[in-house]
Design a protein around this ligand. Structure first.
Ligand SMILES: Nc1ncnc2c1ncn2[C@@H]1O[C@H](COP(=O)(O)OP(=O)(O)OP(=O)(O)O)[C@@H](O)[C@H]1O
Length: 508
């Protein structure tokens, strides 16, 4: 949160990790700290810990160069370690150059101007071509219509914009795969984004829209993206053939409008007429389903949510709507007939609800939940739900497939805490409690006197949305859910589920 004046926690954390982690792991942790945890003096953190961060560098160089006698000087080791750090920063769209106080490796390994472009052009064309050949013939009629129209817009430089509307399982992600493989097999660039990190993971080379387009967190109706003519990000966009934005109905229309305005500005480099074209003449494909989650407006009314939706944007008039109507999940080759019938019934039922077929004009309805979807009430509701969703948890919690195939959703944090507490109590093993920092050190390293009106006990008991709790309890083997986008390329993003493999004092 950036409230800590000193970095003792980070130094202690690196020391603890160094007892069990390799230099490679330590560098990843260092990058995560610096990029996401607002270390106040990065230079000092680096200078005091560079030896720990580079403990495998000499070994790595020896095997890379096949020179077992190689001996690196401290300066050479530092330099190589900085290069490795720079690689990791690049993976998350950052660079040492952006971090005040950090030295920059003195080498030509990184051509910053071309880094983003090089990454998008690094796909293996022949494997992309094989993937395309394999999947293209499988496209159904709706997918094929969409594919043809999108490709025609790209190939004729028509700059059309589309909205591919399809419920869950109608083959949107599959279509993105086929189009991306086709373009990448020809050495062309397609920028795949999704509104949430977890959906972006399903797209090849996917990123969140906010990160790829540098969309500001605080948006207003005139916002633009943080992309400027002449920057390497602008260069990437100017060279792209297509943008695919999945889960578009979840995005605030101001975010989409910010991209629209920005593209007009940066695409005029090729042709000044692009300033007057929607999305600067780029072919853009949005996908999603308005029955699913709409933009989240804090304490917003129904009208506020509708107003924030893509359909209310001036951009909507530019979009050609194409529909995917077949449930392709029913084509799963390994499913039994009963399973397929169950999926078909469930998807029909959920679509009926999504379409509001049983709703009155005031959008109120009584929904009959089929009995097989209900949890039978035997005693305490929390115990009943956990028993139903996580049968024999005490033996099964070590099985990743078991954990990955189930989840309990709850609308409020209070209920999440109760469920967590109960589930944790059912898992064997020692419980470890981690606390957040709750005092400020003065310059002598002593604790500052707390404010009498706000005793620490009171502050520590507060549970505020968007603010981590003071206390978290964990056990070895428990599943946890990540609530930040840390390293998209490695799959670490908001909503990624992880398993606790090690419990330290400072790190887990
Ligand atoms: N043309 C196709 N031929 C064979 N299988 C397909 C085809 N299109 C999609 N599928 C398969 O159907 C399933 C659902 O498709 P997909 O994930 O693309 O749907 P989706 O619309 O993106 O769903 P969601 O909105 O839930 O993410 C996947 O397993 C996918 O591989």
């Amino acid at each position: 949160m950036g409230f800590l004046a000193k970095d003792d926690e980070w130094h202690d954390c690196l020391k603890e990790v160094s007892q069990w982690a390799s230099g490679t792991k330590m560098r990843r942790i260092f990058v995560t700290m610096v990029a996401y945890s607002q270390v106040s003096n990065v230079k000092e953190l680096w200078e005091k810990n560079w030896e720990l961060l580079s403990d495998d560098i000499q070994h790595y160089q020896r095997s890379l160069l096949n020179r077992p006698e190689l001996h690196l000087s401290p300066d050479e080791t530092k330099e190589l370690c900085l290069i490795e750090l720079e690689k990791l920063f690049h993976k998350i769209g950052k660079s040492l150059v952006d971090i005040p106080g950090m030295p920059i490796p003195n080498c030509n390994t990184f051509d910053r101007a071309n880094r983003l472009l090089a990454e998008e052009l690094s796909y293996n064309r022949s494997s992309m071509s094989t993937e395309f050949e394999k999947n293209f013939p499988k496209l159904n009629h709706d997918q094929r219509v969409a594919y043809d129209q999108i490709m025609e817009s790209i190939n004729t430089n028509n700059g059309k914009c589309f909205f591919i509307e399809g419920f869950g399982g109608s083959g949107k992600t599959f279509l993105w795969k086929v189009i991306s493989a086709k373009l990448r097999s020809e050495g062309r660039i397609v920028l795949c984004v999704a509104t949430s990190g977890i959906a972006a993971l399903l797209m090849d080379g996917g990123r969140t829209a906010h990160s790829r387009f540098r969309i500001p967190i605080k948006l207003n109706p005139t916002s633009t993206c943080d992309i400027y003519q002449g920057s390497d990000v602008a260069d990437l966009h100017q060279n792209a053939s297509l943008i695919i934005w999945d889960e578009a109905p979840m995005a605030h229309r101001n975010a989409i409008e910010a991209l629209e305005r920005t593209l007009r500005d940066i695409m005029r480099k090729h042709n000044k007429n692009n300033l007057t074209k929607p999305f600067g003449g780029m072919t853009v494909v949005f996908g999603g389903d308005f029955r699913q989650t709409l933009p989240i407006i804090k304490k917003g009314s129904r009208a506020d949510i509708v107003d924030a939706s893509l359909k209310m944007s001036y951009v909507w008039q530019y979009l050609e709507i194409l529909k995917l109507t077949e449930n392709l999940r029913l084509r799963q080759p390994n499913s039994s007939e009963t399973e397929l019938n169950d999926i078909a019934d469930f998807s029909k039922w959920i679509l009926q609800i999504g379409d509001g077929e049983d709703c009155s004009v005031f959008c109120e309805a009584n929904i009959d939940i089929p009995s097989e979807l209900m949890v039978e009430r035997q005693g305490e509701p929390i115990i009943d739900i956990v028993r139903e969703i996580y049968p024999h948890l005490e033996c099964n919690y070590v099985n990743p497939e078991y954990l990955a195939s189930r989840a309990i959703l709850a609308p409020h944090h209070e209920m999440v805490h109760k469920l967590n507490e109960y589930v944790l109590s059912q898992i064997p093993g020692e419980e470890i409690t981690y606390l957040s920092s709750d005092y400020v050190q003065n310059e002598n390293g002593k604790q500052n006197i707390e404010h009498p009106e706000f005793p620490a006990e009171l502050l520590n008991s507060l549970q505020i949305p968007g603010f981590p709790d003071h206390e978290i309890k964990l056990k070895l083997g428990v599943p946890v859910i990540l609530l930040r986008n840390i390293d998209q390329a490695s799959g670490l993003c908001n909503r990624t589920r992880l398993i606790i493999k090690k419990n330290g004092q400072m790190v887990h």
